[in-house]
Design a protein around this ligand. Sequence first.
Ligand code: ZN
Length: 227
Amino acid sequence: MDPILKEPASDHIASRLALAVHEHRLAPGTKLNEDEVADVYGVSRTVVRAALQRLSHDGLVELRRNRGAFVAQPSIRDAREVFEARALLEPRTARSAAERVTAADLAALNRHIEEEHAALAAGEGGRALYLSGLFHIEIARIADQETIAAFVGQLIARSSLIIALYWQRRTALCESNAHHALLDAMAARDGERAEDLMRGHLLDLLTSLDLRNTPAPARSLREALGS
Ligand SMILES: [Zn+2]
């Protein structure tokens, strides 16, 4: 069952496109032709335009005057800033989450890790990346800080673009070891350890980026969106 079917059409299309970006099917810099997207999803151009506006708000799409919409292409500076912002927010969030986590939360986090493993084992690196992002968003949710959770969600979305552009160890992604260690610290309600682990994990992610690389070329839109 598709849980996003009940949303307005434009939100549904925005979610589909965001997932395609997360899963690396849509490369940074790809032109999102309105007619073509409308055709692929069987919706009107108006719906596509609203979806692209929303994604531009989230920093996933860049709208260029007279040229249309493109999957955003974060610069090296953007990449550093996004990870600096994450390093400011997420360690404290992990501490708060560890202090208030419930058994149901721990079970949900464990499920995330298992799904991530299954995706990796199936060779679905893009999906694994998407799921590892959800793990971080879930921690912010457990910390019960809505404003920070919304920021973290946006930063994760942009991180996935950044990873698509600058990642140099494709197989490691968010190392599941790091997520396991975080889960253990949370299960022990050890806020200090959770904070330290998250700080180390984000630093490790940042040092896994090759911030000298030039972006890879975009593939065709139809190929990226077709199922
Ligand atoms: Zn992670």
